[in-house]
Design a protein around this ligand. Structure first.
Ligand code: ZN
Length: 292
């Protein structure tokens, strides 16, 4: 992506230095706190929408959890209270966030209310309960904030083989897509429909929510311009996003974690579905193609 001196969003909280205080380190309780979230994602304090079935891997022990080891293996050792956020990563995230604000404000006729991005490290408290890096990035409708452990970007490039700046931007734009759904009342609608549905139908609704957010990420990318009006997307960027969408499809994650695919339990969509949704939004640039 071609970001120069674009503005950085101020809707940001750096909680990396505050992370983990009073949370996490609970020693092998990943199953205990993550499984109920899968079962009743929409039941606890509002809707928690996870970007990725990443928690599946960790709850099944694929990430070698236990002993509180739900986080990435790299240990950061900054003094308590001090930010561990890399300056370049921060700048990039805030430029992407600012770009989503400008783009969605234009697309929604000046009616966009920005979300706040919270960067944390390993564990933090969100308005929707404890945030843990193993959950992957997520949007919390209760406090209207996005929670992201930036180590996830490393996971994306290394574990999921999806490197590149647009792969990272896609993750943020997907979460912003959930915020747009929240503003449009789609999340409430989905929540209500899920309350009446059985488990398989409930999962199908969740998949639709996720695919629309992927599509919205594509719409943002298609419309993202620098201050001179030039597209910020460069050659090869879109392919990075497609690789990420492929790598974090539920079927791919499930195959990696349990060796088989169980479509009824999909909550984010298959790799093919996620790639199709991102592409549909990107090709059109019009949010109306992202039907729910
Ligand atoms: Zn999502």
């Amino acid at each position: 992506m071609r970001f120069g001196d674009e503005r950085e969003s101020s809707n940001f909280e750096d909680a990396t230095g505050r992370s983990g205080m009073g949370f996490g380190g609970g020693g092998g309780n990943a199953l205990g706190c993550l499984i109920p979230m899968i079962a009743s994602r929409f039941g606890i304090g509002g809707v928690i929408v996870l970007v990725i079935g990443y928690f599946l891997l960790s709850s099944l022990g694929v990430l070698g959890g236990g002993g509180g080891g739900v986080g990435p293996s790299t240990q950061r050792s900054a003094p308590a209270g001090q930010s561990t956020l890399d300056a370049n990563t921060k700048r990039f995230m805030l430029q992407v966030l600012a770009s989503t604000e400008d783009t969605w404000n234009k697309l929604l006729g000046g009616k966009y209310q920005p979300t706040t991005l919270v960067a944390y490290s390993q564990a933090y408290q969100s308005g929707c309960g404890a945030a843990q890096s193993a959950m992957g990035p997520f949007y919390c409708p209760t406090d209207k904030k996005i929670y992201l452990d930036t180590d996830f970007f490393n996971e994306l490039s290394q574990r999921f083989q999806a490197p590149g700046d647009f792969a990272q931007a896609y993750v943020i734009a997907h979460e912003v897509g959930h915020h747009v759904q929240d503003l449009q009342g789609t999340l409430d609608q989905a929540h209500n429909a899920q309350a009446r549905a059985g488990e398989a139908d409930g999962n199908a609704i969740q998949v639709k929510v996720e695919l629309q957010a992927d599509c919205y990420a594509g719409v943002w990318a298609a419309n993202a311009k620098d201050p001179q009006g030039q597209p910020v997307m460069e050659q090869g960027d879109f392919e990075e996003g497609m690789r990420a969408a492929e790598a974090i499809g539920d079927d791919t994650l499930q195959k990696q974690s349990q060796g088989m695919v169980v479509p009824d339990s999909f909550t984010h969509g298959s790799s093919a579905q996620r790639m199709e949704a991102l592409q549909r939004g990107f090709k059109s640039g019009d949010p109306s193609v992202c039907r729910f």
